[in-house]
Write a protein that binds this ligand. Structure first.
Ligand SMILES: Cc1ncc(COP(=O)(O)O)c(C=O)c1O
Length: 481
């Protein structure tokens, strides 16, 4: 729906400013998918959604558990006895069994090497809500948070829009695989000081979205030393903790602070959610976990604005306290992610496309620098437009992640089935092949030729593919249907 402008006198600054961060190719790509969504039989030439970090690989395991545990639901004969209690319950502390289950699962997702106190668990509407809640607790409008780039595009909305907090990128480069260095942190901090911005902390996602990499112990320790020296906060968004499918294993900030002495724990905060690790983004289970008592108390009051439904809490309290199930789930989910990652990256490698070496997440950080006409962000956008409109893949350009080097693209691989991945790889293969031809016949109108070739390719592949296929939808489609 389009809204009339001209409301600037009537409405708030929040409503009328464009600080929502959704004016980005990251969100535009979703719209392109929404306008022409791929379906193997009904729309085989449509756009394949590879811009959505959704984990659809293990939902069958959850469905199986639900079938075996009808008492966990309040809406059937077996579970109805709990209905009245649960639908009337809404304490913003959350159901004790739910907080216990989440605390146990958080420990499991971190290899069982740390434990979490259920009394520090504060509920929020997804990690989105938890991130914003933390900003409200830690910073005032105008204050700054350092964020290593490339970073999750929706941080611009979630952390900034309603809080008035500023995000100050810490530049990470491909030359050292986008590692966070002390120098880069210091430089970003000094720049903020010069601009008179009060830096309140560092926020980052570990494992990283979009890189799919995990931070090593040395980097984590150096980050803690940095924030401790400056007496600013460290927020670790660990939403991908249990998606680590290859070595080295994941190290949570909770482990690091156990190892380091004379650290001010009041400065350390974790964001978690079941959206990625369990593939349940629709349930909006977000967690703010802070080592700071005042933040926990304030967050708990704020959580009234985004509580997890008690029905969801009730269901998950049972599921997450079933240790046999969660053990099996975490293991099997990682195996499936590893297989999918291998299938996708190997397919790309055969075409001469490499990705940053990664061991986690639901995406790859694909290096298309060799396909840019020039090493500029304009060229990156031109290439992205061709990929969306002709190759019909919604991938996300690096510029939307505030990457400081053009030519990198994030491609999600876990929100579809194997057949769709094969179709996507086939389209990329054709694109790369055509691209090479085009380089030879520079004078020809390659754009038109490409489009013709893709149409025939898509037709051939989908005729051969299985009719049983998962159709990846974007949340925008779901929200309007
Ligand atoms: C790093 C990061 N944080 C937060 C979120 C939002 O997660 P949720 O669906 O739990 O709000 C995402 C989703 O992609 C993410 O990648």
């Amino acid at each position: 729906m389009e809204f009339e402008s001209g409301n600037s006198q009537l409405l708030s600054k929040i409503a009328t400013s464009d600080q929502h961060g959704e004016n980005s190719p990251y969100f535009d790509g979703w719209k392109a998918y929404d306008n022409d969504p791929f379906h193997p039989t009904q729309n085989p030439r449509g756009v394949i959604q590879m811009g959505l970090a959704e984990n659809q690989l293990s939902l069958d395991l959850i469905e199986e558990w639900i079938k075996k545990n009808p008492r966990a639901s309040i809406c059937n004969g077996e579970g109805l006895h709990a209905f009245k209690n649960i639908v009337l319950f809404q304490d913003y502390h959350g159901l004790p069994q739910f907080r216990n289950g989440v605390a146990k699962f958080m420990a499991k997702a971190r290899g069982g090497r740390v434990s979490f106190d259920p009394d520090r668990i504060v509920m929020a509407g997804g990690a989105t809500g938890a991130n914003e809640m933390l900003m409200f607790c830690l910073a005032d409008p105008g204050d700054g948070f350092l964020v290593p780039s490339p970073y999750y595009p929706a941080f611009n909305r979630d952390l900034r829009w309603r809080t008035g907090v500023q995000l100050l990128p810490v530049m990470c480069q491909s030359s050292n695989n986008f590692q966070i260095t002390k120098q880069a942190l210091e430089e970003a901090y000094q720049n903020a000081q010069k601009a008179n911005i009060k830096v309140k902390g560092v926020i980052l996602a570990n494992p990283s979205n979009p890189l799919g990499t995990t931070l090593d112990r040395t980097t984590l320790r150096s980050l803690v030393t940095f924030i401790n020296d400056k007496q600013i906060h460290l927020v670790c968004d660990e939403i991908y903790a249990a998606t680590v499918f290859g070595g080295p294993s994941f190290i949570s900030i909770s482990e690091i602070i156990e190892e380091m002495e004379s650290i001010n724990r009041d400065l350390i905060h974790i964001v978690y959610s079941l959206s990625k690790d369990m593939g349940l983004p629709g349930l909006r289970v977000g967690i703010m976990y802070s080592y700071n008592n005042t933040v926990v108390n304030c967050g708990r009051k704020m959580s009234s604005f985004g509580l997890v439904s008690s029905q969801t809490q009730h269901l998950l309290a049972s599921m997450l306290s079933d240790q046999e199930f969660t053990d099996k789930f975490v293991l099997e989910n990682c195996t499936r992610l590893a297989n999918r990652h291998e299938m996708f990256t190997q397919g790309l490698e055969e075409m001469g496309i490499r990705c940053l070496k990664s061991n986690a997440g639901l995406f790859c950080w694909m290096d298309l620098r060799h396909l840019l006409k020039e090493p500029t962000f304009e060229s990156e956008m031109s290439l992205w437009r061709v990929i969306i409109s002709d190759v019909k893949l919604n991938v996300s350009p690096g510029s939307s992640f505030h990457c400081c080097e053009p030519g990198w693209f994030r491609v999600c691989f876990a929100n579809m089935d194997d057949e769709t991945v094969k179709v996507a790889l086939g389209r990329i293969r054709m694109f790369v092949g055509q691209r090479k031809d085009v380089e030879v016949q520079v004078k020809k109108s390659w754009h038109r030729n490409l489009r013709l070739s893709f149409s025939s390719l898509i037709y051939d592949e989908t005729m051969a593919s299985s009719p049983r296929i998962m159709s990846p939808h974007s949340p925008l489609v779901r929200a309007t249907t």
